[in-house]
Each structure stands twice: as C-alpha cells, then as structure tokens.
Design a protein around this ligand. Structure first.
Ligand SMILES: [Mg+2]
Length: 194
C-alpha cells in the first residue's frame, strides 16, 4: 500500500444533524408559520420520524464520491433544495468527534476535523460537550476541576475511574465514548471491566 492508497483508506465519518428539526417540519406543513417562533407539542406522536440525525461511514469512497467534506456539503445542499430544511454536518475520523463537530457547527454549519487536528479541536471544548457525559457526570468532572477536554485528557486514569466509577480511554486519538455492554464498559473499542 503506497502513501496515496493509505490516505484514501483513512477512516471518515460524517455526522448529519437536522437543525431545529421538529419546528422545521411543522413549518413545512404550514408555510404561513415560516419566520415565526414555533413550539411543537407532542413530538413523540410523530411516529414516522424516529431520528433527525445520521452517521455515514464514507471510508474508502473518495475515488467514487470525492472528499468527505464535499460529500457532506452536497448532502446539505440536497436536503435544503428538497425540503428547505438546514442540516449541520461534522466530518471526522470517528463517530465521537464527528458528532461533536456537527454540534459545534449549528445551525447550518459544516465542521471538518482532520486526523492530525483532533486534539487541537477537542482540547478547548467544555467537558459537557463530551458524548456520554450527562449532567451528573459533568458535575463530578467539574468538581474535579476538569472543565475542558484537555483537563480530562491529562487527568490520571486511575483517579478518573475512582471518582466517576467508570473506565475511560484518554489517549490523543479520542475514543472517549463510553457505553455499557453486557455488564462491561466498552470505551474506545477496548473492553474494560468495571
Ligand atoms: Mg437535530
């Protein structure tokens, strides 16, 4: 595999997230509401719409579709053209960072995080932006003086686990996402027993 091929096969994930989706759909149903503040009740009853976000793994599609950033821009344009709704997009080497990137981009934005810029991108972000950190964990982390992703990255893994009761992966290639799986904690592809 030469350098070019290797570059082409780099992992690339696009996260797409509709901006203010439910109110936007309400406006589509009733165009007279356009430009007015809309509050939608009973969103749960919208059985047809289960989610307003999606991950696309575009790894290895560069030759066919072009650069991931271009693909994301194309989808944004297509959705807007078809529906008049805006989408925010994040492009990154993994799901975790792509989701944060699309959130940062809101509304109607496109954020691209290249593999070598991930630490630089994440470090200054407030800890509450971390995927998998709810209000309770955020409080614990803030009490430990972990206000940013950088503080988190530099914290001793041992202390972190002791304080939060969870194991985390903190290396520079962020796989910081965290989910429970068959009674074990899975963080960044590694199985860690609690
Ligand atoms: Mg949304």
């Amino acid at each position: 595999m030469n350098f070019k091929d290797e570059h082409r096969c780099r992992k690339a994930i696009i996260h797409l997230d509709m901006d203010a989706f439910y109110p936007s759909v309400e406006v589509l149903d009733d165009p007279s509401l356009r430009g007015k503040p809309v509050i939608v009740g009973g969103s749960r009853e919208r059985g047809v719409v289960s989610s307003d976000e999606a991950f696309l793994d575009v790894t290895g599609t560069q030759r066919l579709l072009g650069e991931p950033a271009g693909v994301a821009a194309m989808i944004k344009k297509a959705v807007f053209g078809e529906t008049g709704l805006t989408v925010s997009a994040g492009v990154a080497p993994n799901k975790f960072v792509s989701k944060i990137a699309s959130d940062i981009a809101k509304p109607d934005g496109l954020t691209i995080v290249s593999p070598d810029a991930m630490t630089e991108f994440l470090d200054p972000l407030p800890i509450g932006k971390m995927w998998g950190v709810g209000r309770k964990t955020e409080q614990v982390l803030i009490e430990m003086k972990m206000l940013t992703f950088r503080d988190f990255r530099l914290m001793s893994a041992h202390i972190l686990e002791k304080k939060t009761g969870r194991s985390w992966r903190q290396d520079a290639t962020p796989g910081l996402r965290h989910r429970r799986e068959r009674g074990r904690y899975r963080a960044g592809g590694k199985i860690n027993r609690p």
